[in-house]
Design a protein around this ligand. Structure first.
Ligand code: HEC
Length: 488
């Protein structure tokens, strides 16, 4: 499995086990990590466990980092880079700023002072005495994804019926395709983890699994039957009509998502005691966004679900979406393209993706009119008691920063996500200590998008500024807060 970074929602047991292992390790060494003046840390004993836990999610074969850490040699050969990356706090990447809360499981994805010192001391020693290390020592395997079923749970693998070669409309490099998967459930179940396995990671930009209630299955089957080849074209959502999520709540309050995968997402096992309802007779739509800038395909993506029976009495999780419009004008001096005109730009998005291209206009109604601005926001007032349990942001390539706040402008104000420098490759949802809000309280998303990033990104080579709005294409933009919630 490539590009899937690491399991974010690490099982409590696994995390606890690691903490214990690290404690044992630390105690075994007796006191603080050895200083540079004493013996350098031992690779197998001191360094490899930290690298396994904190680096291999990305630095492995097929991972998103440019090189893999297979053996001691792979690190030793880059010792100077390792020192610089660790001291510059660039590695491991951790997008949230200090304004963000401490996330559940954060310790497993970041380095504490002792771990950082251990890695830096070891790497420095390689610079002074190159060749001294036992270079072939393997780093060892990354922590296994937490997919082993718990008592009463079963595993279910669902793949696209056949492989699919994506095709984009003229002038577009994006294909959104929905594939209908049948879990063949004869009784209600809860999904407790969903691992998405992209077939061709070079072209799979994101994957969302939607729950299709029994009442909408015939519509989905008809769409599937009408289109040529496996699945059907589906921008925005599965397009099976209202009530897609099967929830009495609106689509924004309960999006009917079972799982989402984008670069940086892992194989999340949901927190113990929670699950996503999947009633008997439901189907699953796997929406795959193909970015054809990455190659021609074909692709056959799959998902591995863990299911718990209704007797597990889990608290149902829902996905609440918090979108804001994007209204980014062309830079002064970069206004030559006709697409610098907002109306022309929206018409172009509608041409490529259909009515969903109007999303920006609709979001201006929901969030208040916003125009010609790098920064856009949306504040929503909750109409029932809601507990936020995990938080993520989603933007595309011109996104610069994103923030999600609760009750802004009141004494109860707090920030639950603050990413000052957006990293498209690192969009993982982060579990938080539950925050319970009551009807009348607010949640706010704020995004900043910038045109100058197009000068730096290969995806925009030769693409002049345009008025950037909300759109489904990789080169269009989004501003989306994603909250995993329960009621109450
Ligand atoms: C979330 C994914 C991810 C994790 C985790 C990660 N890296 Fe990286 N690493 C990258 C990417 C991607 C690059 C390529 C440069 C970039 O895009 O920033 C990189 C580049 C590097 C480089 C090259 C120098 C540089 O700064 O670009 C070094 C050295 C490095 N990583 C070391 C580590 C070490 C050591 C760890 C663990 C403590 C680690 N990385 C964890 C993704 C990751």
């Amino acid at each position: 499995m490539s590009r899937v970074v690491r399991g974010w929602v690490v099982s409590a047991g696994l995390a606890a086990g690691l903490v214990v292992a690290l404690l044992v390790l630390a105690l075994g060494r007796g006191g603080p990590a050895p200083a540079a003046t004493t013996a350098a840390p031992d690779f197998a004993r001191d360094v490899a466990p930290i690298v396994r836990q904190t680096c291999l999610g990305c630095h492995r074969d097929g991972g998103i980092a440019p090189f893999a850490f297979r053996t001691e040699r792979d690190l030793a050969n880059r010792a100077a880079l390792v020192v610089a990356a660790l001291e510059g706090r660039r590695m491991p990447p951790w997008p949230p700023s200090a304004a963000s809360p401490q996330y559940v499981g954060e310790a497993a994805h970041t380095l504490d002072a002792r771990e950082r010192t251990t890695l830096v001391d070891w790497a420095r020693a390689q610079l002074v005495r190159p060749g001294a290390a036992r270079r072939g020592t393997p780093v060892g395997p990354p922590p296994a994804p937490p997919t082993a079923p718990r008592r009463g749970e079963s595993l279910l693998e669902l793949a696209m019926p056949t492989s699919y070669r994506p095709a984009a409309a003229k002038g577009s490099t994006d294909d959104y395709r929905c594939f209908l998967l049948d879990p063949k459930l004869t009784r209600d179940a809860f999904v407790t983890s969903a691992r998405i396995v992209p077939g061709d990671a070079a072209i799979v930009h994101h994957v969302i699994l939607y729950r299709i209630p029994e009442a909408s299955v015939s519509r989905a089957t008809a769409l599937d039957g009408d289109a040529r080849g496996p699945g059907w074209t589906c921008f925005g959502g599965p397009g099976v009509g209202g009530g897609t999520s099967g929830s009495p709540r609106g689509i924004l309050d309960d999006a009917g998502w079972i799982a989402a995968w984008a670069p940086g997402f892992g194989a999340g096992r949901l927190r113990a005691g929670t699950g996503i309802e999947l009633p008997a007779g439901s189907r699953i739509v796997m929406q795959v966004h193909y970015n054809l800038l990455g190659g021609p395909g074909p692709d056959r993506s799959a998902t591995l679900l863990r299911l718990a029976p209704p007797s597990a009495h889990l608290t149902p999780l829902e996905t609440m979406l918090l979108p804001a419009p994007v209204e980014l004008p062309c830079r002064p001096g970069h206004t030559a393209s006709p697409l610098c005109d907002r109306t022309t730009s929206i018409a172009d998005v509608v041409h490529r993706f259909g009515p969903v291209g109007q999303t920006n206009n609709w979001l201006n109604v929901l969030c208040g009119e916003q125009r010609d601005t790098e920064v856009t926001t949306c504040t929503r007032t909750l109409n029932e008691t809601t507990t936020i349990r995990a938080v993520a942001g989603h933007m595309h390539l011109l996104g610069r920063s994103i923030r999600i706040q609760v009750d802004p402008g009141t004494p109860r104000a707090r920030t639950i996500l603050d990413i000052p420098v957006w990293d498209f490759d690192n969009q993982a949802a982060k579990p938080i200590k539950p925050v319970t809000l009551h009807a009348g309280e607010t949640v706010k998303v704020t995004c900043r998008h910038v045109q100058w990033l197009r000068d730096r990104l290969p995806a925009f080579a030769g693409q002049p500024d345009r008025y950037v709005v909300w759109g489904e294409g990789t080169r269009d933009e989004m501003c989306l807060g994603i909250l995993t919630v329960t009621h109450p």
